[in-house]
Design a protein around this ligand. Structure first.
Ligand SMILES: NC(=O)c1ccc[n+]([C@@H]2O[C@H](COP(=O)([O-])OP(=O)(O)OC[C@H]3O[C@@H](n4cnc5c(N)ncnc54)[C@H](O)[C@@H]3O)[C@@H](O)[C@H]2O)c1
Length: 427
């Protein structure tokens, strides 16, 4: 771990900077909206001068390009990881070389995780970009002065689980900052969650190097992430079963041709179970349920926290835990049954692979960049509570992405606009 006076950081290994630089370059070329169009404009207009941005995000090569864009706009950028296992150590090394303050390393403990968050909050940030709500909740609990004295102008949340936590805070009247749920913008969840996490099933294959074709794959949930996962697992030839708690989502899954049943019924037949629900104990944490699991089943989670699969209880139940390859463990139960756990129950796509492809993160981080600019411009007019991402910003990112792909679309004529916004024309 290193400390340097110019830029503040605590990272795993500075010597990985060259490798990290290559990763950043690879992502940059696939992120024309964030890393080219917006960055070039930010570099000219400097909309974030005087603004300190703290991001608690998965520190991947794509996040690094968000940080560079914010910095190009004039911001002082501080980063910490939003998950102990998703930080890419080569990326953090490359970032500190570019004077971005980073407190993150792969495999940090829970205590270290919160220490890193506090180091970023000590920088007195004006904008917080969170992924899972841990940084903003910590600001409320431990740095209330940053909220009370107006240092924090507004916050942005990147993922569904974080948005749900903030909605709960808002309902209880304890959310004290303006909070933009960037996850809920169309340009985010319809691409990042569906395509990115959908493709996360590939990461699960890397974990065990198994063939999906012919396997019974259970996907828990049929939301943004999980519906994408179900479709792609089917595309790989798996026999896919969906579990749900929402009747409409369950119907959608059934009408899309998937079998739907309660999780308990799937346990004796599932070869692979993948969760992405944002819920807790999707596989119930009891010996009775663990006894039902099929010999050799692979368990992987792509939801935000490591409690969808009952990791702690599985570890307690196991007689022996053997690492069998990077981030994959074999758990041997008292009756001799072996099961396989990916990434200690943490986000399998980010731990076993590199997270979402840069092409989709381009839109998520295009939104985060433009929202940072929006917050800086509107700093005197924002009120505490949940505030939707303006539809113009969502559309803007969509248009920029299409433009970067060379795709043209139609524009409404005045007549068409009036028709779809009117009521007088009928039969
Ligand atoms: N791995 C990643 O890179 C990544 C990316 C984006 C989001 N996420 C996370 O994935 C999770 C899901 O996000 P989303 O956007 O798909 O949410 P979503 O709300 O669109 O979908 C979740 C679905 O799970 C269902 N569900 C809830 N509890 C369930 C249970 N016990 N059993 C079966 N189904 C249940 C819900 O009814 C809903 O349909 C969140 O934790 C989110 O933060 C992860």
């Amino acid at each position: 771990m290193q400390v340097n006076k110019m830029v503040n950081y605590k990272i795993a290994d500075e010597s990985l900077a060259e490798k990290g630089k290559e990763s950043l370059y690879v992502a940059e070329n696939k992120m024309p909206v964030t890393a080219k169009i917006i960055r070039e404009r930010f570099a000219k207009e400097k909309p974030l001068v005087g603004i300190t941005v703290a991001g608690c995000l998965h520190i991947t090569k794509e996040t690094a390009n968000l940080a560079r864009t914010l910095k190009a706009g004039g911001a002082d950028v501080w980063l910490c990881g939003s998950n102990p296992l998703s930080t890419q150590d080569d990326v953090t090394a490359a970032l500190v070389k570019e004077d971005i303050n980073v407190f993150a390393w792969h495999g940090n403990t829970d205590e270290e995780f919160y220490w890193c968050i506090r180091e970023c909050l000590k920088a007195k940030p004006n904008i917080l970009i969170d992924d899972g709500a841990d940084m903003i909740v910590t600001a409320h609990k431990e740095f209330p002065e940053l909220i009370e004295n107006g240092t924090i102008i507004a916050c942005q949340e990147e993922t569904t689980t974080g948005v749900k936590r903030f909605k709960a805070m808002d309902k209880q009247g304890v959310l004290k900052v303006p909070l933009f749920p960037v996850n809920d913008a169309r340009c985010k969840n319809q691409f990042d969650n569906e395509l990115g996490t959908g493709q996360g099933v590939i990461a699960a294959i890397y974990g065990m190097h198994v063939l999906f074709a012919g396997k019974v794959v259970v996907i828990a949930g049929y939301g943004h992430c999980s519906s994408g996962m179900a479709l792609r697992a089917r595309g790989l030839g798996a026999d896919v079963i969906v579990t749900e708690v929402d009747p409409i989502k369950a119907l959608q899954a059934r009408f899309a041709g998937f079998q739907v049943m309660p999780i308990e019924k799937t346990l004796p037949i599932a070869d692979i179970i993948l969760t992405a629900t944002g819920c807790k104990h999707v596989i119930p944490p009891s010996k009775e349920m663990f006894d039902k699991l099929k010999e050799g089943v692979i368990l992987g989670n792509l939801g935000h926290f490591d409690i969808e699969i009952p990791t702690k209880e599985l570890y307690e139940h196991a007689m022996e835990i053997k690492p069998i390859r990077q981030d994959v463990e074999e758990l041997i139960f008292p009756d001799g049954k072996k099961i396989y756990l990916l990434a200690k129950g943490r986000l399998a796509n980010l731990v076993l692979s590199e997270g979402h492809p840069a092409e989709v993160m381009d839109m998520s981080f295009g939104l985060q960049s433009l929202m940072s600019e929006y917050i800086a411009k509107n700093k005197d007019n924002l009120k505490p509570g949940m505030v939707d991402v303006p539809v113009e910003i969502d559309d803007r990112v969509g248009f920029l992405k299409l433009q970067s792909m060379g795709v043209e679309i139609d524009t409404l004529t005045e007549e068409q606009y009036n028709y779809i916004h009117g009521y007088e024309e009928g039969t």
